[in-house]
Design a protein around this ligand. Structure first.
Ligand code: SF4
Ligand code: SF4
Length: 300
């Protein structure tokens, strides 16, 4: 940047930007030496004053110079590895869309050969690694829900708590619990329709075991997942990984005991699905098979 600034300064001395002298209405001009780059500022000089226009131009230049050091919109909290629960299976590495995880030799003396290591500079905090981790299961009741890898900003335990809160709001027959993501604007439509939902970073952050938990623990009669379609996913692979996990084509797979008729996937592909989510939920609700008796009490 310093080199560019120096080059601009040298160029301005060698080829100074000049403009036409004040008009002499008694002479016909033969040549015009307008500086076309700055021409757009001349009307402002007429309307304001030269001093004010200089102030504006200097202000904009200073803003452009300091822009790289201005605070970013929001600090991203990268995924963190909880070594105690990491067994070195490498699933998080396979599912990370940003190649932000690598396997390294074990550093804590546990019997496993490798451990996951997150590069905070590459992690975008999408949570897809959490859903990939076999230890991210909400069924633990004796120990705290701490997966091998987790998002500090929205950990798996907080999602389970959100599910427990949502469970208390679901009433009547054919209770539908929706999941939606921060990247989509579906929440407004769900709020307006009084639908109960849990919001996560990306659909790809929800481990299939959480859907299993909602259905087998009688939290809801149906689970409706609504996220952004393939190429619209803010984190690239959320729709793909979720679909493959629910269809039992990718680990961790949805367990066979779950009736897939109780799960709906809706990938919001603008503009086709805009305003149609609620009608899709209602169609899913109407098509749900009769509720099965409660297997277990809802437990957080
Ligand atoms: S998926 Fe979980 S257990 Fe497997 S390597 Fe990654 S953090 Fe460790
Ligand atoms: S949060 Fe997303 S980007 Fe970060 S390590 Fe996990 S999968 Fe990769």
């Amino acid at each position: 940047m310093a080199g560019t600034l120096l080059a601009m300064l040298v160029l301005s001395v060698v080829f100074p930007a000049v403009s036409q002298d004040q008009a002499d209405m008694g002479r016909a001009a033969q040549t015009l030496d307008f500086d076309w780059f700055y021409l757009h500022a001349y009307p402002l000089v007429q309307i304001w004053s030269p001093g004010l226009v200089w102030l504006l131009l200097v202000g904009i230049s200073v803003l452009l110079v300091v822009a790289p050091w201005l605070p970013r919109e929001k600090k991203i909290e990268p995924a963190t590895v909880n070594l105690e629960y990491c067994n070195g299976c490498q699933r998080c590495v396979d599912d990370c869309p940003y190649f932000a995880i690598q396997m390294s030799p074990r550093s804590d003396g546990l019997k496993y050969e490798t451990e996951a290591v997150v590069d905070p500079g590459l992690c975008v905090s999408c949570g897809m690694c959490v859903a990939a981790c076999p230890t991210a299961t909400p069924f633990r009741s004796r120990s705290a829900l701490v997966p091998g890898i987790d998002l500090p900003g929205l950990p798996a335990a907080a999602i389970r708590e959100q599910i427990a809160v949502a469970a208390s709001k679901l009433k009547g027959a054919k209770r539908i619990l929706s999941f939606t993501c921060h990247g989509s604007s579906v929440a407004e439509e769900l709020d307006a329709a009084g639908e109960v939902y849990v919001k996560v970073k990306c659909m790809g952050q929800i481990p299939p075991s959480f859907i299993d938990y909602c259905l087998s623990r009688n939290v809801a009669d149906g689970v409706f997942l609504v996220g952004c379609s393939g190429n619209k996913c803010h984190y690239r692979l959320g729709a793909d990984w979720t679909t493959e996990r629910i269809e039992r084509k990718r680990d961790p797979r949805l367990r066979k005991r779950i009736d897939e008729r109780r799960i709906a996937l809706a990938w919001r592909d603008y503009p086709h699905l805009h305003g149609r989510i609620i009608s899709q939920i209602n169609a899913f609700r109407n098509a749900l098979p009769e509720a099965v008796p409660a297997a277990t009490e809802v437990a957080a």
